[in-house]
Ligand binder design. Structure first.
Ligand code: NAP
Length: 252
């Protein structure tokens, strides 16, 4: 019998793992989305969408679906679902792996100011920023409604509704992005400050390289504490961890 697996997704790594397990007859996996995006990219395995209903709901789902292993491949800033996964998996004794990308590290030429959250990032803009590129995700745009208000350019995967920010231009796009395009964007929009989450990974790093090349300051939002199970660093490592949990795949 194939190993029944739940992948908590919403990231490039989760989709890469879905592709790997789809080619593995020893694994029967479902990829779970929070349901924030109306048209998520098509996937080669079964998907489900929407919250589970906190820890209790996740425990119920794991039991009903007879899940034997969970891989938390959610975004570094998605700390709620990871906290729920750690507690729920411990309660029902289902092993949990957490696919964890390293944060970006400041290198020579970077002009970063590290801040703990989006509210502090908005406050840190002060009165000197005129044209600000926000790469913080749709949900954190609200933090930038307070005065003073420079001109904002924000890139989002999905358009937000009911957002009360004046002087805002929204650009709808999904990564990965390359450096040449990011340089063009920052130049065309005459950006003088970039605000970014420290997401890590390669898909959205080009804006950081482009800011470095243009000598622009970056207000970098640090990651929240994200509870984890067994830490794995890549989709391939997550697949190896799953193989260790599937007796038939270990040949025993
Ligand atoms: P969050 O704060 O950790 O989670 C909030 C709630 O959303 C959770 O309690 C859970 O609801 C539900 N949820 C989150 N991820 C889920 C998943 N993969 N499957 C089913 N339910 C899920 O998460 P978030 O920061 O809002 O992020 C939501 C999703 O977007 C995540 O899947 C994440 O990987 C992706 N994402 C987030 C960011 C970011 O910057 N935060 C960036 C890119 C992608 P219940 O309690 O009802 O189970």
């Amino acid at each position: 019998m194939p190993l029944r697996v739940l992948i908590l997704g919403g990231t490039t790594e989760a989709s890469a793992l879905a592709k790997l397990v789809s080619q593995d007859t020893g694994i029967d996996a479902t990829l779970s989305f929070a349901g924030r995006t109306a048209n998520p990219a098509p996937q080669p395995i079964a998907t489900r969408s929407g919250g589970f209903g906190s820890v209790d709901g996740l425990m119920r789902y794991l039991g009903e679906q007879r899940i034997e292993a969970v891989v938390d491949a959610t975004h570094p800033f998605a700390d709620q679902i990871s906290a729920h996964a750690v507690v729920a998996c411990a309660q029902v004794k289902v092993p949990l792996a957490s696919l964890t990308r390293p944060p970006w590290k400041r290198v020579e030429g970077d002009r970063w100011r590290n801040v703990p959250d989006a509210g502090t990032a908005a406050a840190a803009l002060g009165n000197t920023a005129h044209r600000v590129f926000l790469s913080v995700g749709r949900q954190d745009l609200r933090a930038f409604t307070a005065a003073p208000r420079p001109h904002y350019v924000a890139r989002v995967i999905e358009m937000p509704d009911r957002l009360k920010i004046t002087h805002l231009k929204l650009i709808q796009a999904r990564g990965p992005f390359d450096k040449a395009a990011e340089l063009d964007l920052l130049r065309e929009e005459k950006i003088d400050v970039l605000v970014s989450k420290n997401a890590g990974g390669s898909a959205t790093y080009a804006k950081i390289e482009a800011a470095r090349e243009l000598g622009l300051p970056v207000i970098m939002i640090a990651r929240p504490h994200k509870p984890a199970g067994d830490v794995v660093a890549s989709p391939e490592e997550a697949l190896g961890w799953l193989h260790e949990r599937a007796p038939s795949l270990r040949g025993v």
